[in-house]
Design a binder for this molecule. Structure first.
Ligand code: NAI
Ligand code: 13P
Length: 326
């Protein structure tokens, strides 16, 4: 199969290597000439010791348009609308592998794609999957969500390997929201770790953060159970507890006293939760969704409020009266 990938960052390249190993032909698009050159010369840091003939890269969106009916999106979410407006995706099968919400519109990636290209078929690939591990072919399990189950099976079969298990879901809302919302909770966990609050605090944030993700998700039309699977709890657990995560690291640096600007600079890669948090804050206000952890993250990284005071008011908020499962 031929597939194109929008985005030659860590995730786009890791996916291209996985697909290349399965003998698919892959064309990666990125605006950065240096990345495109590295991929074409086979000297990208992820390509050491891997020689694949079928993986190429381009800076031309026109090349992408003519290459394949299957287009994977692995761009930072805030860049997606701008890039796909310059492409005709109307007859394409679009697989979003990006995780986040668009600032301003609060839209999920599949909604952005459908808004720009109403007849495109859109799927979401999500779950616990650090790019560095996928690039090395280490075992990973993901969820592919969408509406057209025949097409989903076809994509699943093309991507599937013993080290890349794919489960299917028809709850694209829940799968996309799980991938987007967990990044904000991971920032909260990073802040807590950076402040030295310990593992009890982190476990509580993960668990109550999941409750918050469920509340937001259900209100937006997702199925509750989806958040207890790979694309929800699975990815939350990975991102919130691993030093490999950019979102957790971003929070960690802030907990250690750095400003958001300094933390962005130090990481030098996309930190999706730092954008998604703006959408979550607005959604929680407009839809009256109780999301104290995400709102605390917003106060620290966007409003620059005193971190100790934000944490204190988070911990001192009144106990919940109602009985809950979580
Ligand atoms: N890195 C990971 O482990 C995983 C990342 N993801 C998701 O994939 C998406 C991309 O993440 P990464 O690849 O890690 O980011 P990255 O920071 O490594 O790379 C982003 C790439 O996008 C390119 N780019 C940015 N704006 C562009 C534009 N307007 N036009 C063309 N190219 C543009 C940059 O040149 C860069 O190569 C994010 O939504 C992330 O949450 C999902 C699963 C795993
Ligand atoms: O989504 C990811 C792993 O599933 C990557 O998380 P980070 O963007 O925080 O590194």
């Amino acid at each position: 199969m031929k597939l194109s990938i929008l985005g030659g960052g860590r995730w786009g390249v890791a996916l291209s290597l996985h697909l290349g190993r399965l003998n698919h032909q892959v064309l990666v698009y990125d605006r950065n000439q240096d990345i495109v050159r590295e991929i074409n010369r086979g000297n990208h840091p992820y390509m050491k010791d891997i020689k694949l003939k079928g993986v190429e890269a381009t800076t031309s969106l026109e090349d992408i348009e003519h290459y394949s009916d299957y287009v994977i999106i692995a761009l930072p979410v805030q860049a997606i609308r701008g890039v796909i407006q310059s492409l005709d995706l109307s007859q394409k099968m679009v697989i979003s592998a990006s995780k986040g919400l668009e600032i301003g519109t609060y839209k999920r990636v599949s909604q952005i794609v459908r808004e720009v290209h109403s007849s495109a078929q859109v799927f979401s690939l999500s779950g616990p999957s650090f790019a560095s591990e996928v690039s090395k072919g280490l075992p990973t399990a993901l969820v592919l969500a969408g509406e057209d189950t025949d097409q989903m099976r076809k994509i699943r079969d093309a991507f599937f390997s013993e080290n890349f298990r794919i489960y299917l879901s028809t709850d694209i809302v829940g799968v996309e929201l799980g991938g987007a919302l967990k990044n904000v909770v991971a920032i909260a966990c990073g802040i807590s770790d950076g402040l030295g609050y310990g593992e009890n605090a982190r476990a509580s944030l993960i668990t109550r953060g999941l409750a918050e993700m469920v509340r937001i998700g259900v209100k937006l039309g997702a199925k509750r159970e989806t958040f207890y699977g790979l694309s929800g709890m699975g990815d939350l657990f990975l991102t919130a507890s691993s030093p490999q995560s950019r979102n957790r690291t971003f929070g960690f640096l802030i907990g250690k006293g750095k400003s958001a600007q300094m933390a962005f600079k130090e990481i030098g890669q996309v930190v999706e939760g730092a954008y998604t948090v703006r959408a979550v804050k607005k959604l929680s206000e407009e839809l009256s969704i109780y999301a104290p952890i995400s709102c605390a993250v917003y106060e620290v990284i966007i409003e620059n409020k005193n971190i100790q005071e934000v944490v204190k008011s988070l911990l001192l908020r009144p106990p919940k009266e109602e009985f809950e499962v979580l």
